[in-house]
Each structure stands twice: as C-alpha cells, then as structure tokens.
Design a protein around this ligand. Structure first.
Ligand code: SF4
Length: 87
C-alpha cells in the first residue's frame, strides 16, 4: 500500500472542494448568501453579447473580460431576487 493509494481513498470519501473565484466570494462577503438559490434563478444574472454570449451579474462590474463572467450554478448571494415567473 502506497501513500498515493491512501490519498485516493481519502479523496473518494472527501472530494476536493472546488475553489470559487474571487468575484463571487466578494459578493458573499459583502451581501451574504441566499441558501437554496442559485445565480441562474436571479434577475440580476444577464447575458452580454461580445464575440460570444456570456453570463454576467448586473450587481457588480461588467466588462468584456472573462474576469467578470458569471456561472448560473453558483450559490446566490444576499442580493438575490427571484426572476419573475419563478417561485
Ligand atoms: S444572486 Fe444575483 S446578484 Fe447575487 S451574485 Fe448571483 S446574479 Fe449576482
């Protein structure tokens, strides 16, 4: 049994937590989180069309840079507002 084998067993039991980018962590720091909701359900998640189409958050800085790209699956921040037609 090698150390590598033990590490694989450990990772199976405790999968690594994916690190979130600074931009969404800053939103959590400023506004907290909205449990059970995701950015994809929020009215402030918008699409911007540059060379391609990207999700952006209207509650923070928006630019053509990928540094301001947003993900619909991220846990919602405290500024969350349900898009109309949702629960
Ligand atoms: S919940 Fe809404 S306001 Fe908050 S980060 Fe997501 S899209 Fe932006």
């Amino acid at each position: 049994m090698t150390d590598n084998y033990l590490l694989k067993d450990f990772e199976k039991e405790y999968p690594p937590v994916k690190e979130l980018p600074k931009r969404i962590l800053q939103m959590y720091n400023m506004y907290g989180r909205t449990e059970g909701k995701q950015c994809g359900e929020c009215k402030y998640l918008c699409q911007r069309h540059f060379k391609n189409t990207y999700f952006k958050c209207e509650m923070t800085v928006i630019s053509a840079s990928s540094a301001t790209d947003w993900r619909s699956r991220w846990e919602a921040c405290g500024k969350f507002e349900q898009i109309s037609g949702g629960e």
